[in-house]
Write a protein that binds this ligand. Structure first.
Ligand code: FEO
Length: 165
């Protein structure tokens, strides 16, 4: 049985994963508007992934006899300066998500809640993967360059990742 504090924090994580999904979907809309087809496909797929992260929390709360609460969500921003700045924003956002997962892990330790500790290991590994993915994409953007040709190549690269993922 989960503590009330753990239930509240897991529900807050539902909100964070939901908002992440919406942020990436809005970013996908911006990329589509700007003609970045590869980035659009990549971000739509990533938005779906975030929804799956949210659903895992939803299911875990249900399985442990707690009530999952569907929250009101903040509206994502609509305008972005550039594709490279957008990916920097994504990396910063993922670092924020990692900090929230770490807080959950610390709470599980404090409460000797081994079920949640085990459940949260998946998120720890996932955050490591996501931070590493976005950090390497930013490196690539900086390597290829920010001119028209560089952006074209990066967009193509993102499209390839979206189709192979
Ligand atoms: Fe579910 Fe990208 O954090």
């Amino acid at each position: 049985m989960l503590s009330n504090t753990m239930i509240a924090k897991l529900n807050d994580q539902i909100r964070i994963e939901f908002e992440s999904s919406n942020i990436y979907l809005q970013m996908a809309a911006w990329c589509s508007y700007k003609g970045y087809e590869g980035a659009t496909a990549f971000l739509v797929a990533h938005a779906e992934e975030e929804r799956m992260h949210m659903m895992k929390l939803f299911n875990y709360l249900g399985e442990t006899g707690a009530l999952a609460v569907i929250p009101a969500l903040a509206k994502p921003e609509e305008e972005y300066e550039s594709l490279s700045k957008m990916f920097e924003q994504i990396l910063n956002h993922e670092r924020f998500v990692t900090s929230k997962i770490n807080e959950l892990v610390e709470l599980a330790y404090e409460e000797k809640d081994y079920s949640s500790l085990n459940f949260l290991q998946w998120y720890v590994a996932e955050q490591h993967e996501e931070e590493s993915l976005f950090s390497s994409l930013i490196d690539k953007i900086n390597l290829i360059g920010h001119d028209g040709r560089g952006l074209y190549l990066m967009d193509r690269e993102l499209g390839k990742i979206a189709t192979t993922a």
